[in-house]
Design a protein. Structure first.
Length: 453
């Protein structure tokens, strides 16, 4: 059970925040709500109060009858300064919906309403779920504001695409659905719990800049201004994530169990280091980092087209997607019927190796990182051949014979091979940890390789 502080700003999507509260409380979390004055024009406090079982706060000047306590917790004997107390007791602070106006105010550090004051005072993970008209979302001011907040360590929950509030309008800007909002909150809480459990890792950060002793994500959360001049500021990073699906017929496919978590963790970590990230995402059911330029693909051929379009302009390629090596030679346009069939034989033909193709067109200054899924203890040795065969700067190897790490798991344990000219290969082992921290270690290696070039 966690204490979740929900900030609701003034957009039509505020109604979805009610469903989020219902899901969060049903999952056992204690929720308190702060509303902006404008949000009350869309949903009243009474609804949130009824669902959370706690008073809703709007203004710094009203007293909190619960004195900053969350449902299930005893109220303190003294009467604290409400906005500081409520956020000080939170395990996570989610602002959903976050309007363009609230986002801009957070960038500027404004404290002209209780929600913004609480955000300034927050030391717990801060998550933002933007929701607005698509033209407002695509405006360079909003894009820049989101990138700034992401670089400060704010977790972005990307809006969806589809019908918008104005009649007949479609585009990007719909608030992410309540289950995705809750999943993002729970992921941030799990990351935070893992960071607290784990002792500091001086080697990883010392390699990066010699100054910090905690991983990048924890650093960003504890010092919200640190990421604005991140170590990858200005770098254009292309990340592929997820697993491709090769159609057999209109509903069936040949796929793999990649969840996309490793690629998404890399995208988020690169954003937090100040990079401009393009995320080519294949069939991933996770909320994408809001500051990434998202390109959704389904098949290996679509992933190849998207990568070929994005690769020439990128400085770093992180090829984490599990790309199908074979695809059905012919996909049926309609659903195949089982009647009249004793068995079904599929003829598979090889797909192009996307990474090798990109590597063949690389230009000076680009850093290419591949991922290799290998079986057994000799995984790293087997993978060395791939490093040179695919013309890569680094290869992240994981042992897929283990079910507790890697594919479809929240954790990973990898060996990072990096090429250091005249055939020298350095090997770095990253012991089992969260994919967020594996991402930090991979980016440390990338920065080392870029610094050398
Ligand atoms: N990859 C790719 N295109 C493919 C297959 C793989 O770009 N058609 C990329 C993956 O994204 C990964 C790397 O190549 O970064 C290594 O993938 P892996 O499956 O381990 O290697 P393969 O070259 O496919 O070799 P094999 O499956 O035979 O071990």
């Amino acid at each position: 059970m966690a204490r979740i502080l929900l900030g609701v700003s003034g957009g039509i999507a505020a109604y979805k925040a009610l469903e989020l509260v219902r899901l969060a409380t049903a999952a056992g979390h204690a929720v308190r709500v702060i509303q902006t004055p404008t949000s009350r024009r869309f949903v009243g406090e009474a609804s949130f109060a009824a669902l959370t079982g706690a008073p809703v706060l709007v203004s710094e000047f009203e007293r909190d009858p619960a004195r900053g306590a969350y449902p299930g917790d005893p109220a303190p004997a003294h009467d604290p300064i409400s906005h500081l107390e409520l956020v000080a007791n939170a395990d996570a602070f989610l602002i959903a919906p976050a309007t363009a106006n609230t986002i801009a105010k957070l960038v500027g550090g404004f404290a002209d309403n209780l929600l913004c004051s609480a955000a300034l005072a927050a030391r717990c993970p801060l998550l933002l779920a933007p929701a607005m008209n698509d033209r407002m979302y695509e405006h360079p001011a909003t894009r820049a504001n989101l990138a700034t907040l992401a670089a400060r360590g704010v977790v972005m929950i990307a809006p969806g695409e589809g019908r918008l509030a104005s009649a007949g309008e479609e585009g990007v800007g719909r608030l992410a659905e309540p289950p995705a909002l809750l999943a993002a909150c729970e992921a941030a809480l799990a990351d935070r719990a893992a960071a607290v459990r784990r002792p500091p890792q001086p080697d990883a950060s010392a390699e990066r800049n010699g100054a910090h002793d905690t991983p990048g994500r924890a650093r960003a959360a504890s010092d919200p201004l640190d990421g604005t001049h991140g170590t990858l500021a200005g770098a254009r990073v292309l990340v592929t994530a997820g697993g491709t699906r090769e159609p057999i017929d209109s509903v069936r496919f040949v796929g793999n169990s990649s969840s996309g978590r490793m690629g998404y963790a890399l995208a988020q970590a690169a954003i937090e280091r100040g990079a401009d990230v393009t995320l080519v995402s294949a069939n991933v059911a996770l909320p994408a980092p809001g500051a990434a330029h998202l390109r959704e693909v389904r098949t290996a051929a679509e992933l190849k087209r998207a990568c070929e379009a994005e690769f020439p302009a990128c400085d770093v390629l992180l090829m984490a997607a599990a790309v199908a090596d074979f695809t059905p030679a012919a996909a049926a346009a309609e659903k195949l019927k089982k009647a009249d069939r004793g068995s079904l034989e599929l003829v598979l033909e090889p797909t192009a190796d996307v990474l090798s193709g990109l590597s063949a067109q690389r230009h000076a200054g680009q850093t290419l990182v591949g991922f290799a899924a290998e079986h057994g203890r000799d995984a790293a040795r087997t993978a060395r051949g791939k490093l040179s065969a695919k013309g890569l700067d680094a290869l992240v190897v994981n042992d897929i014979s283990r079910s507790d790490i890697g594919f479809d798991s929240a954790e990973n344990e990898v060996t990072i091979l990096s090429a250091h000219g005249n055939g020298e290969v350095a090997e770095r082992h990253v012991a089992r940890t969260t994919k967020t921290e594996v991402a930090e270690a991979i980016l440390d290696t990338v920065e080392g390789l870029r610094g050398r070039g």
